[in-house]
Design a binder for this molecule. Sequence first.
Ligand code: BG6
Length: 459
Amino acid sequence: MAVPNSDTLVFFGATGDLAHKQIFPALQGLVRQEGFDLPIIGVSRDGSLDRRKERAGDSLEHYGPMDREGFQKLMGLLRAAQGDYNDPATFEKLRRELGKAERPLHYLAIHPTMFAKVVEGLAKSGCAANARVVLEKPFGRDLASARELSKILHQYFPEKAIYRIDHYLGKEPVQNILYARFANPLFETVWNRDKVRSIQITMAEDFGVEGRGKFYEEAGAIRDVLQNHMLQVLVSLTMDPHTGSDHELVRDEKARLFKAITPLMPGDVVRGQFEGYLSVPGVSSRSTVETFVAVKVAIDNRRWAGVPIYIRCGKKLPLTSTEVFVEFKRPPRETFGEIVPVLSSHMRMRISPDITISIGLRVKKPGERMAGQDVELTFVRQAADDMPPYQCLLSDAMRGSAELFARERGPVADCRRSSGRRDATLHLRAGAPGGLPAHRQTRPMAQSAASGKQAVMRT
Ligand code: BG6
């Protein structure tokens, strides 16, 4: 049966950092490219409608591109509801603003500690009836709190109306990892422990936590990007192909892969903090939250057993680049008596800021000697995503397509193949000196965000 579209888009956190950087450009994209013409209600603690429009303009000037016509149309659709999320009157205002809307979509682009409060406010004011809710990460702090949050949500929303968001799933180059792998059987023949020597996934950012100290204090690099964005990249790279077209089957394959990841031990994790983090507004002067994390992951299945997988992510690093590097095995012996080459043959997939897929090979250097050189051949190159990831996700959520969202399985989930299987959990223990190169800008620190154990890191 066709699922009806939502008829109004409500987003909480309308004056926040996420709205400024990502949501307004996505909304303009929806209006300009997809003919979106439904009411959009921005909810926030402060800011009149005029102030909000001004900020939307600023957002598009900075993170656009600004498209005058699209922007004017967007401003025509934009309305505001203002108030404290702890105050029931805010939700009454929203209810009035919703007018005749029958199936609103509520997108919570807000601090995760407010999720429960806001869904409760939505329910009590009648705004949750026939509605969908979209939530940003981190979804809970650990398995127990994630379950607790699900429980709260299920008091007011059926599972099929809950959309847990990870904007990496809306990214073209992340989707292309899966697509390119499975559309080219050629890759499948080398995509395993027989041919792959190691996998590295790196998300380096040259900026800090600008204006997000309070959020970051509760997230850290692990909850901000590792447990969501990086794991989605990892699973896209390593999962087995799904059969059939039902997107639940894709989720099943992903869960199967996550279950094969062995628990991380202290020696597999390095955490660090950039110099200066402690003076960021909203950050405790004694904070031990990590702004850098590196982990060595092992997947214990027939395809990947024994292949080391390194994931690194951090703020205030020398450059901004997110990429995947799949290193292939070297020849068993050097056929031409060369000293071991610097680079092995490899596949490099750049996710941002530009989008590329390249293959690196060793070929003969022209000349008399049988000497080699490394070449990299790029066969996909895009300056940037044509469609911002949030546009893709919001458009899907408005249409009720659950393809790109995390869904809970089990008795509450509306899915035909649910079973009593264990949840896939990534066990993360105390951070400690590990096998990865330490981050130069880090300083010694202690305390694992995940377990609370003390473990001093060398850098
Ligand atoms: C967000 C994190 O989810 O992803 C940010 O909260 C991070 O800390 C951002 O900078 C990176 O996303 P992108 O799309 O710029 O790679």
